[in-house]
Design a protein around this ligand. Structure first.
Ligand code: NAI
Ligand code: MG
Length: 351
C-alpha cells in the first residue's frame, strides 16, 4: 500500500480548528482508495514565537524536507507583526522548497449565496495561478533615516526570465487541460519595467500553446471584471502581489473566504508542496468552534490530487458540492448556525 508522509502545521487561531476536520476526511479517503497517510505535527506558530523567539526551529525546513506534502492551517496572531509570522514560516517554506506556483481554484457552489448578483453557481469556475517566490515580494530594498523627516523606504520588485517563464508554462498547461482560455494580469501602462517584461514573456510562451486563447488585462480593470463578469474566466495568471489580491477578491465573490483552498506547488517534485486554506487565523472567531473547515478540507483534496489520487480528491469536492447544494447545514460565515464539528460530521456522512 502506498503511504504518504504528511507534515501538519496547524499554526494559529482557527488553523488548529480546521486541520483536524481535514485529517478526518483524508483518513476516510485513504481507507476507501487504499492508501495510507502518516502524520507528523509541528507546533510552529506565533505562540511558539512568543515563547521561543522563532516561528519554527533552526532545522525546521530540514524536518519537512523528507515529507511528501505539508498541510498548513493558518499563521498570524495579534501581538506578533504579520510580516514576522509570514516571513518566519510561510515564505521560507515556499522559497526553500521552490513552490513557485500558487494555485487557487474559485468556484461558486450551488447553495452558496455570492455577494455578487451575477455570480451564478457552477458558471463561476476558474483558477488563479499566482507566481509564488519572486516579483513584488522581494527582500531587495531597505529603510533609511529612520525617525527623521527624510525617512524613506525602498523595495524593488524582482522578475526573472526563468521565474516568470516557469509559472506561465504551468498556467498555459493548466489552461490546455481546462477550458483553453488564459487571462494574464498586468499593469504595463504604469509599471514600465517589470510589467512589459512580463507581457513579453506571456506572448512568447503563448506561441508554444496554440490551443489556448489568451488575453491580458490591466490589474485594475481585471479587478472590476472579477466582480462584473466572474463567469468569464478559466485560468488567470498573475504576479505574486496581483495574484494574492485577485485570489482573495475571487474567494469573496465565491461566497466565503472560508471555502477557498490554495496549493503551493513545486511542480518538479524535488521538494514537498504545501497546501493551505486561503483564509488566515481569524482571531475574531478563534476558539469558538465555529470556523468553516471547507477551505482546509478542499486544500486536503488538492493535496491528494498532487499525491496521485485524483479520484479521492474528486470524492471530496463532490461531497462539498453535495453538502452545500443538498443540505441546510452551514457554518456562520455561510449564514447558518452549525459548528465546525457539526459541519464536518455532515460532510463525512455524505462522503
Ligand atoms: P482572516 O482570513 O483570518 O479573516 C478575515 C475574516 O474572515 C474574519 O472576519 C474571519 O472571521 C473570517 N474568516 C476567515 N476564515 C474563516 C473561516 N474558515 N470560517 C469562518 N470565517 C472565516 O484574515 P485577517 O483577519 O486579515 O488576518 C488575521 C490573521 O491571519 C493575520 O495575522 C494575518 O496575517 C493572518 N493571515 C494568515 C494567512 C495564512 O496563514 N496563509 C492568510 C491571511 C491572513
Ligand atoms: Mg492573501
Amino acid at each position: 500500500m502506498t503511504n504518504h508522509r504528511i507534515a501538519l502545521i496547524p499554526g494559529d487561531g482557527i488553523g488548529a480548528e480546521v486541520l483536524p476536520p481535514a485529517r478526518r476526511v483524508l483518513d476516510v479517503l485513504g481507507r476507501r482508495h487504499g492508501f495510507g497517510l502518516t502524520y507528523t505535527s509541528y507546533d510552529w506558530s506565533c505562540e511558539r514565537y512568543l515563547r521561543d523567539g522563532a516561528m519554527m526551529p533552526d532545522d525546521g525546513l530540514d524536518l519537512l524536507r523528507d515529507k511528501d506534502a505539508i498541510l498548513l492551517g493558518a499563521v498570524g496572531y495579534p501581538g506578533v507583526p504579520d510580516h514576522v509570522s509570514l516571513w518566519g514560516l510561510l515564505i521560507p517554506i515556499r522559497r526553500a522548497f521552490r513552490q513557485y506556483v500558487n494555485l487557487r481554484p474559485i468556484r461558486v457552489f450551488d447553495g452558496v449565496e455570492s455577494p455578487v448578483r451575477g455570480a451564478r453557481p457552477e458558471v463561476v469556475d476558474f483558477v488563479v495561478v499566482r507566481e509564488n517566490v519572486e516579483g513584488e515580494y522581494s527582500e531587495v530594498g531597505g529603510r533609511m533615516n529612520r525617525g527623521f523627516a527624510d525617512e524613506m523606504a525602498v523595495q524593488e520588485a524582482v522578475f526573472t526570465r526563468a521565474g516568470v517563464t516557469r509559472v506561465l508554462d504551468h498556467a498555459f498547461e493548466l489552461a490546455t487541460r481546462r477550458g483553453g482560455r488564459l487571462t494574464s494580469a498586468t499593469k504595463s501602462n504604469g509599471i514600465v519595467h517589470t510589467m512589459p517584461f512580463w507581457d513579453e514573456l506571456v506572448a512568447e510562451r503563448a506561441a508554444r500553446f496554440p490551443r489556448v486563447s489568451w488575453e491580458q488585462e490591466h490589474i485594475d480593470a481585471l479587478a472590476a471584471k472579477f466582480v462584473l463578469a466572474p463567469g468569464s474566466f478559466d485560468v488567470v495568471v498573475a504576479s505574486n502581489l496581483f495574484g494574492d489580491i485577485l485570489s482573495d477578491l475571487a474567494a469573496a465573490v465565491a461566497g466565503s473566504i472560508g471555502i477557498a483552498p490554495a496549493a503551493n506547488l513545486n511542480p518538479e517534485r524535488d521538494f514537498p508542496s504545501m497546501f493551505e486554506p486561503v483564509h488566515g487565523s481569524a482571531p475574531d472567531i478563534a476558539g469558538k468552534g465555529i470556523a468553516n473547515p471547507l477551505g482546509a478540507i478542499w486544500s486536503a483534496a488538492m493535496m491528494l490530487d498532487h499525491l496521485g489520487h485524483p479520484d479521492a480528491a474528486e470524492d471530496i469536492t463532490d461531497a462539498i458540492a453535495a453538502l452545500l447544494a443538498g443540505t441546510a447545514v452551514r457554518t456562520r460565515d455561510l449564514g447558518g448556525t452549525a459548528t465546525t464539528a457539526e459541519f464536518t460530521e455532515k460532510l463525512i456522512e455524505l462522503l
